[in-house]
Structures are given as C-alpha cells and as structure tokens.
Design a protein around this ligand. Structure first.
Ligand code: IVH
Length: 671
C-alpha cells in the first residue's frame, strides 16, 4: 500500500468509527484502538504534508488562532416557525393543512424541537464545505472552523451511501446537559459567570474566537431539514432524514409519522414528560407535512412555512407567596435581588428562593410583598419569578422598592449607565467585597495560601484580625489560637503558609491583588512587560495599550486601581513585608531582545514546552505572538500537525517555518 492509500484507508475507517461512536452510540472498537489509529494517521500526515486535508479526522482539535467570522449569505433563507402553545392551536394547524390540500391524504411528521443554535451545513461531494449560523436569516456567520470540531457532525459522509453531489442540511447545535453542568462547575471554581442554560453555553462556545476551545466543550448536533436542487420536491421529509442518517448524520430516533390529530396529541403528551430523560435540551415539538410536494403546494407566509409549526412546551411553573425580597452583594459589589417565598414543589425540587435579576424586572412585575407569584424553572438552573397573580392582591400589600443603600455596609448604591445592575461602590470597606478579595488573594492560582480557607477568612474578619490582604502578613500564631492555645497547631500552619507565599513569583502577585478584569494570563503579560510593580503602577493607558493582548477595558481598569490611594497603600505594605514586587532574577536573565520586532505565529502541537510557554518565551525575548499568518509574519513556530491551510498560506507568502528545536536554538544562542 502506498502512504497515500494508507492515509486514505485510515481516514475512511476513522470516519466510520466516529459515526458508530457519536451518531449511532454503538462503538465497535475500544477507545484505545481508536486512539492508536488516530496517532498513526497523525504521524503519516506529518510525514506527508502533501496529502493534508481539512476534513481529515485529525483536524477536529481546533486551533487557538483568533478568527473573526465572515458573513455569508444563505442560499435559501433560514426561516423560523410559527409558535403554538395549546391543543386548540394544533387542531387549527391540522385543519388549515387539510383545507389547503383540498381533501388529499397527508401525513404529519412529529419531531423534537431542539433548544440550541440553528446551523446550516453545506456538503459537496460528501465533504463538509461550510457551516453558517442563522444570523438574521438572510446571512449568518461562517463558523466552519468551529463546527469541524464537533464530533457528531460528519466531515466526510459515508462512502457509497448514496448522498447527493451537493446539498444543505440544517439542524441544531447543542450542549448536552452533562457537558453543561461540568462546564458550569468549572466556571464556578474559577469564579467566572455561569451560563444560564445549555443554549447560551452552546451559543457562547460556537461564537468563540478559538476553535480549540470549541473542541474542548463537547458540543453535539441533531439535523432535521434537507435542502438542495437534488433533494427535489417529490420525496418525503421523514424518508429523506432516514437516508441522511445512512449518509452519516445524527438524526433523532424519536420522529413519528402521524395521520390524525389524536396521534399528534399523544406524541406531544408522551414527550412532554419523556424529554426530561433526553441528553439535550428540548423546548417543544415540531410538526411538518411529510410530502415535499404537499409542502410546496402549501407554501410560505412572509415569515414561516405554512406546512410546519412549532408547539412549545409549558415551562414548569408553580404559584406561591412572596414573603420578602433580600439583596445579595457579590465580590465585585453587584447587587442581586432575591425573592424569598413559601416553599413550593417545582420540577422535582422544593423551591423557596428565586432570582429577581434587577430593579427593572421588579418594576415590570409590579411586585408587592405578600403577592402570589408564579415561579418557573425553564432551561435555567436558578428558578425565576415570571409573574404575579394580581387577583389575589389585597389593598394592604406594599410595593417592593429596590434598595438605595448597600445592605452590608450602608453605602449609597450606584447604577452605571446602560447596565441593569446596581453596585455598591464601597469596595474598600464593604465586608463581602473585602472578604471576596482576600479569598481571591489566597486562592490556589494566586498566592496559594493553602492553610487558609473561606471560613477562616470569615472568622478572622469577624474577629477583627484582618481587614485587607496586607493584614494577613501581620497575623501571629498567638492572635489566632487565642488565650487557651487550643488551635496552636493549625495556627502555626497558617502563619507558615502566609510566610511561604512570600516566594510566590511576581506574575502571580499581579493576579492576586485583584485588579478588575486582570485574570491569570493578563497578569503574566503585564508582569513580563512592566517587570516591576512600580512600573505597572506608573503606566499610562497608552503604555498599557502597547502591550500585546491588553485592550482598553483592562488598561483603564489598571489605571483606576492604582489611582485609589487605599490600593497603593496596601501594595506598599505588601512590599514592606517581602511579597515579590518584581520579576525574579531568573525570569529577568532569561530575557533578551533577540526576537525584537518579530511577529511570530505559533501553530501545531508541541512536545518540549506548552503553547503558553512558547508564547511567554517569545515575549521574554522581545517578540510578538500574533494570531494569523500574513506577509508581515517573521516566521512560524511549527509543532506537529500544523494545519494544511496554514502550511499552504505560509508557502504562498514565503514565510519561514521553524521547528521547536530550531526555535529553542535560536533563543539560546549567545549573541
Ligand atoms: S425545522 C423551515 N425542525 O426551531 C423550517 N426546526 O422557529 C425550518 N428547531 O429556527 C426549521 N428543532 O432553530 C425545525 N426539529 C426541528 C427543530 C427546529 C429546533 C429550531 C430551529 C428553528 C426554530 C423554529
């Protein structure tokens, strides 16, 4: 077998195994065997770059190159469906179809309405060529690179399965409940904002600038609509989708052909309960006339087809009494109003608190204390108040007025123009904000003071031992353990932990001090660029904007932080106690200007250092890491598996490609 044949054979086999695993849920080989085959293919492709193919199963890993999406017009507009909410509407639809078809027999296909993000995929000669979001229905974003990372979307259709030469297939991209929950758990740990529901999470993921991130988020896709000249008008929707399944697409197993309204209603009632066992979110049922000829005969209104309709499930809802509205103050000072209600059962759990989001929502609901309120648990994790039963209101009930002052510290609240939330501006003296900042300071990725946890922080704060991050360094074991010495051992451990944090490198100190919007990566960029806390403190917005990767929001936030005298005072104290306030000798001595003025693209998979480490090395030596290849690119630092499109672009523009070893030799060489 020639290498080319071997590559092709491996690709065909891997596409088939992918289909067995992700579409049919019936793998025929072990994960280990699958990985072995994949590695073999990766090796061959690296060795024979001339046979590169963007649709190879090896290309699902994505890239960390930033992309802005190209707008692409839809060949056929992406319409939406008319919504219905009750049995009478379904009967009306059935009657309208019946009348429209003038007594001809017809079938209605009932199927799940998936609650994700609609996508239109184009296939030419069995290969995925384009993936476009719905956008405004006329044109959408070209998200092909991201969609390629979704395992249940075939890159190559199954050979000899009878697919048309060219067609479009539409469907929904979804984040399965399990991935959604895992993602939110991770975000909670990192103190990032949670996604409200899987649809938002899927949409946020698919619009991400980095396909590498998309690949890691484990999206899924169900397809439900075929289009194209060769699909024709004389076939049937249901039968076409069964064929599409043969070609390699994931099609719902729950579709049903119905002849009568009663069959349709049975289907709806069955799935209203059963859908809770599905791995992905659904929000209704879609009803479609099966015959394509009849569909064409019925035609379209301006907005939606006359041959289809969506029936939306009622979100689960309960009614209970509102007793009180309380307000929570977050770490950043944002205020969240919370409804406290009589306990009530909703979607399997007892609910007594629900989010009221912000002042506008309270006003829209015209909420009064004592009101009977409707609580819903849609796709969201936290239940929310969606309405009030005003018939049960009595004249003695008082309207809810949003607080004007912080419930924790009494400061007058602020509302930034254009933002829905109220803030407590007292960030230096408001307890939850202070405790939040101390908790951030001691967390693992910051100063990593293991011996201290949130409860201890709370305890010391209550006891007046600490008021800010600098106070941590003044704590003595005797302060902690008190007179009776009962907590002597743990007290010693805490003091030791605090002392050990003096060795934490400057990069992490920049992260730990908690400048708004300065995450771990940004902190590293700032530390390496400015080298000392004093330089960072004195940096102007313009100087900050000069740092690759720093935008206006961060630059302004850094300047604001150091304009606050309290912050400067705390930094001075930290310096006095011995916290690292500049890059270490080691980090400094590794610096040079060898790469000054060079724009370098990083691509592929590396074995000696991680991608982030290479980024850091480039910056330490004065170079700039850029996202995409252009005529201005100085060279590409290429690991294994550099994508074929990039290879082609590089050779077209004559950009030099350096291996890991070449690159390391280059920066290690004495000048
Ligand atoms: S068919 C012209 N089938 O619901 C008909 N849509 O407003 C095209 N959806 O934008 C749509 N599940 O994003 C169809 N089984 C299904 C669906 C479905 C979810 C979405 C789709 C569409 C919206 C309808």
């Amino acid at each position: 077998m020639t290498p080319k044949e071997e590559i092709e054979q491996l690709r065909t086999q891997l596409h088939q195994h992918n289909y067995n695993y992700y579409v049919l849920n019936q793998p025929t080989i072990s994960d280990y065997e699958f990985d072995q085959m994949m590695h073999k293919l990766e090796d061959l492709e690296t060795f024979y770059p001339q046979y590169a193919d963007p649709n190879s199963p090896t290309q699902r890993v994505g890239s960390d190159i930033n992309q802005s999406f190209r707008q692409v017009p839809h060949k056929y507009p992406m319409l939406s469906l008319a919504n219905t909410y009750n049995e009478a509407d379904v009967r009306d639809f059935y009657e309208r179809v019946k009348n429209g078809l003038e007594g001809e027999e017809f079938e209605i296909v009932a199927e799940m309405k998936y609650d994700g993000l609609s996508i239109s995929l184009t296939y030419v000669d069995g290969k995925l060529t384009q993936a476009v979001t719905r956008g405004d229905g006329v044109q959408g974003d070209d998200v092909t690179a991201n969609v390629r990372t979704i395992n249940s979307i075939p890159l190559q259709l199954r050979p000899n399965s009878g697919y048309p030469h060219e067609f479009e297939i539409r469907g929904e991209i979804l984040m399965p409940w399990t991935s959604f929950e895992a993602l939110n758990k991770e975000r909670e740990l990192r103190e990032e904002q949670l996604f409200a529901n899987p649809r938002n999470a899927a949409s946020g993921t698919l619009k991400s600038q980095k396909s590498e991130l998309v690949a890691s988020r484990k999206l899924d896709a169900y397809l439900y609509y075929l289009l194209g000249d060769e699909i024709g008008n004389d076939g049937y929707h249901y039968e076409n989708l069964q064929k599409a399944k043969e070609w390699g697409f994931k099609i719902s197993d729950g579709m049903k052909k119905c002849k009568t309204v009663d069959e349709i209603l049975d289907y709806i009632n069955y799935w209203d309960k059963e859908r809770k066992n599905l791995p992905v979110a659904t929000d209704g049922i879609v009803l479609k006339v099966n015959s394509l000829r009849q569909q064409q005969h019925l035609g379209y209104t301006a907005k939606s087809p006359r041959w289809a309709i969506a029936y939306k499930f009622q979100a689960e809802r309960a009614c209970t009494r509102l007793n009180e509205v309380t307000y929570q103050v977050g770490r950043t000072g944002a205020i969240t109003p919370v409804a406290n209600m009589n306990p009530v059962k909703l979607a399997g759990t007892i609910v007594k608190r629900a989010s009221l989001h912000n002042a506008d929502i309270i006003q829209q609901l015209d909420l009064h204390i004592g009101d009977m309120v409707y609580v819903e648990k849609g796709g969201e994790i936290i239940p929310k108040v969606v309405g009030v039963d005003k018939t049960q209101r009595t004249p003695d009930m008082q309207p809810v007025h949003f607080i004007t002052h912080c419930p924790e510290c009494g400061a007058e609240l602020l509302r930034i123009e254009g933002e829905a939330a109220h803030y407590c501006p007292n960030d230096t003296a408001c307890p939850p904000q202070i405790k939040g900042r101390i908790e951030h300071f001691i967390s693992r990725k910051a100063m990593d003071i293991e011996s201290l946890g949130p409860e201890t922080v709370d305890d010391y704060y209550q006891r007046g031992l600490i008021h800010n991050i600098a106070d941590l360094y003044l704590i003595k074991a005797s302060d902690i353990s008190g007179a009776k010495n009962e907590r002597a051992k743990s007290a010693l451990k805490i003091v030791e932990g605090v002392k050990a944090s003096l060795q934490v490198p400057f990069e992490r100190v920049v992260f730990a001090i908690g400048i708004r919007f300065v995450g771990e990566t940004t902190a590293k960029l700032l530390a390496r660029h400015f080298k000392t806390m004093d330089a960072l403190k004195n940096a102007t917005v313009e100087q900050l904007l000069d740092v690759e990767g720093i935008g206006m929001v961060i630059a302004q936030s850094v300047v604001n932080y150091f304009q606050e005298p309290r912050n400067v005072e705390i930094i001075e104290r930290l310096k006095e106690y011995g916290v690292q306030m500049s890059l270490s000798e080691e980090a400094l001595s590794n610096q040079s200007t060898k790469l000054e003025g060079k724009s370098i693209v990083i691509s592929g998979v590396f074995s000696k250092h991680s991608r982030d480490e290479y980024k850091a090395l480039i910056e330490q030596h004065g170079g700039k890491n850029v996202g995409s290849i252009s005529a201005k690119t100085s060279f590409i630092l290429a690991g294994e598996n550099m994508g074929p499109a990039k290879l082609e672009k590089a050779s077209k523009l004559g950009v030099q490609i350096l291996s890991e070893d070449d690159f390391l030799a280059m920066i290690e060489n004495e000048d």
